[in-house]
Design a protein around this ligand. Structure first.
Ligand code: GRG
Length: 305
């Protein structure tokens, strides 16, 4: 294992622990100003959907993208990462519902609607989505108001109709009528790519980086987003449920076309190598400071769960 890979692994672990600790505080019974009550069972359902050992890859990308620039408080980047993780977890809770992907297992444990019930899962997802914007806007997030507004806008665009939620709608429609390859690329860029792109761009927004650097990180985010999806489709085809902590083979079972199912494993592996090279080229202007993000691109392309 290279020294850089070891450094990456240890940062992934320490960042995940910090995110977990912050999410634990944000999802405590402590009432925040303006809140009337935190209903016990809803809070428990939210905690079940969040505090359950995800990789915390999206917060990691926020934190490490921000770390490219001088002067960003780690705690601030951590809060934006935690906000994004709340949106990611909401999407998983809702995606697992019977009306969507109908899954019983997630991150190796029963999904929220199984552990609680469907109404609790819907409300837990709704509350997590709302909490994300609460975290960005809250006074504890020490950023200028204009930066917070830019984050809220970019996050809303990534999560809403033109991003993740829209991509999920296209994905459901694709089960009835298979899209062509451009359609598959577009729906995946929305469904899973948009949040990963936001994660990287958010680092630049938090840092008040130049428009050029923000655009570079956005493109890096799009590139690793594409790699994430191809790796995910490959794993759905090849990995077992125990390794993944969720059901696999779902795409084939639902007759869902992916680029990997159409073009095959060899194509996917080659495309992943190309995408890592593209990510490295994009980050070249940041020279040695980009080592961790380059390692992250390798990790995303080669991940085994
Ligand atoms: C319900 C609005 C709405 C959207 C759902 C993202 C999404 C859209 C659904 C998730 C379904 C899914 C399993 C997609 C594959 C890619 C993906 C998001 C995998 C899970 O992300 P990881 O690997 O998981 O980062 P952890 O558990 O580590 O956070």
């Amino acid at each position: 294992m290279s020294e850089r890979h070891q450094q990456f692994q240890s940062l992934l672990k320490s960042n995940a622990e910090a995110v977990e600790a912050l999410l634990e505080r944000l999802l405590s019974t402590d009432l925040q100003a303006g809140e009337i009550a935190r209903p016990e069972r809803l809070l428990a359902a939210m905690r079940h959907g969040v505090l359950n050992g995800g990789k915390r890859l999206r917060p990691f990308l926020v934190i490490e993208s921000a770390a490219l620039f001088p002067g960003v408080e780690r705690e601030t980047a951590l809060r934006i990462g935690a906000a994004l993780e709340c949106i990611h977890c909401y999407s998983l809770v809702h995606d697992d519902l019977p009306a969507m992907d109908d899954d019983d297992m997630r991150r190796g444990q029963p999904t929220v609607h199984i552990a609680f019930d469907e109404a609790a899962a819907i409300l837990a997802g709704d509350s997590l989505l709302t909490l994300a914007f609460d975290i960005v806007a809250a006074p504890e997030t020490r950023l200028p108001d204009a930066t917070k507004t830019a984050l809220v806008l970019a996050l809303a665009r990534a999560a809403g109709i033109g991003g993740m939620a829209g991509g999920q709608a296209l994905d459901l429609a694709a089960e009835k009528q298979a899209p062509d390859e451009d359609g598959i690329v577009a729906l995946q860029a929305m469904k899973t790519g948009a949040l990963l792109r936001f994660a990287c761009e958010a680092g630049a927004i938090v840092a008040g980086a130049s428009a050029g650097d923000r655009s570079t990180l956005r493109r890096y985010g799009e590139t690793v987003g594409l790699a994430f999806q191809i790796a995910d489709d490959l794993l759905d085809l090849t990995a077992d449920a125990e390794t993944m902590g969720k059901a696999t083979g779902k795409d084939a079972e639902r007759g869902k076309a992916t680029l990997v199912s159409r073009r095959g494993q060899a194509w996917a592996e080659n495309r992943l190598r190309e995408l890592v090279t593209e990510a490295e080229a994009l980050l070249a202007p940041f020279s040695h400071r980009a080592g961790i993000l380059i390692e992250t691109a390798h990790f995303i392309a080669n991940r085994r769960n």
